[in-house]
Structure formats: C-alpha cells, structure tokens
Design a protein around this ligand. Structure first.
Ligand code: AMP
Length: 194
C-alpha cells in the first residue's frame, strides 16, 4: 500500500520551492494547520496516483472533520470508502519527548530517536549514510503548538469515525515493536471464510 503523509507532501513542496511550498512554509514553521482547501486538493491528487490504486495508508490526514468529509465524498464518487481510522493514543509528555529527540534522513526517509533508536554513528543514517537532520517544527515550543492544535480537532474526528463504526484505538505509549504489532492487528481486514 502507498504510505501517504500530508506533512511529508508539504515538506516535499517546500523543498522543491513550488508555489504551494512557498505558501505553506510559514504555516508549517509555526506549527499551525494549513487551510483545508490546499490540504484536501493536495492529498486527493496524491491518492489518484497509480501506486495508490491498490490501497493506501493516510498519515496525518484528515486532521479535522471537514477534511474527513471531503475525503469520504471524493472516495464515494469512485465507489470507494476507507476501511479503518486508527487513533494512536500517546500522552502529551511522551509525544514531546519523542518529537524533541527525533532525527530524520532527508535522503531515504528513515527516522531515528536519539535515546530509544539512535543511529549506529551519531547523526549519520544507518541505511544510506546521509547526514541526519531535525525538523524545524520539532523544536519544543513549536511541538507544544502543534499538539494543542491537533488535540482540539482530534475529539470531533474520533466522534466522526466512531459513529461510522470505523474507529480502532491503539495504545501508542508502548515500545515500537509492541505498537507495530497492535497496529498491524488493528489494520487487518477480517479474513473471508471460504
Ligand atoms: P506532520 O508531518 O504530520 O507533523 O505535519 C507537519 C505540518 O504540516 C503540520 O504541523 C501542519 O502545518 C501541516 N499539515 C500536515 N497535515 C495536515 C493536515 N491534514 N491539515 C492541515 N495541515 C497539515
């Protein structure tokens, strides 16, 4: 399945200095939400790409109920719908700790944490050898704003997908291996019995 992250798409636009990238850079730098009309059209364009035809995992989208509705409506026009909405629940203190210690590889996308998943050689990607970097918006002050903004919208999103019977909750406060197992279980479709 295609793994589509709205934040990743924005960062790619910023890196390539596209018109969208120039528009959204100051918004990402402050940790605020990009307006829905820009976000929704960018994600729907991405979903329409051939590699997403067999299915996709959306990460960071939708972030509010209007985005969720726009997604459902666009999929319904093609006779499709989402299977599951997965809520990974993590305490705010733990999220701040994780984001503040996060290092990313700009080349291959690998993600590290300076305490819980450090690279073998400091600041160098194990997979491709590139220099790791920290996201501007992972600074503690911006992290707090991002979490506040997201939490405000999360409650109504949970209600939206809960009412639809599509919500699965995963405890994200465990270690990576355990969370992965729980996520895979939450994502698996019921097997058809022949
Ligand atoms: P993320 O990589 O998911 O942490 O997103 C980084 C930033 O991109 C966010 O702080 C927002 O500024 C923007 N962004 C990502 N996804 C969305 C979305 N669904 N709606 C609005 N803004 C978004």
């Amino acid at each position: 399945m295609a793994h589509i992250t709205s934040g990743g798409l924005f960062r790619e636009n910023i890196r390539r200095q596209t018109e969208l990238g120039r528009k959204v850079q100051p918004i990402l730098d402050r940790g605020l939400l990009v307006p829905d009309e820009l976000t929704v059209s960018m994600v729907l364009d991405r979903i329409a790409q051939p590699d997403a035809r067999q299915g996709f995992v959306l990460d960071g989208f939708p972030r509010n109920v209007d985005q969720a509705r726009a997604l459902d409506e666009a999929l319904a026009r093609e006779g499709k719908s989402i299977d599951k909405a997965i809520y990974i629940k993590v305490s705010t203190d733990e999220l701040v700790r994780r984001l503040a210690g996060r290092w990313n590889c700009p080349q291959c996308g690998a993600v590290y944490h300076e305490l819980s998943m450090p690279p073998k050689k400091s600041s160098v990607c194990d997979s491709c050898g590139s220099a790791l970097h920290q996201r501007e918006d992972d600074r503690p002050d911006v992290v707090r704003t991002r979490l506040e903004v997201n939490l405000k919208e999360t409650k109504s999103l949970l209600e939206y997908y809960g009412a639809d019977g599509k919500l699965a909750e995963v405890n994200g406060d465990m270690d990576v291996k355990q969370v992965k197992e729980k996520l895979l279980a939450a994502m698996s479709r019921p097997q058809k019995v022949s």
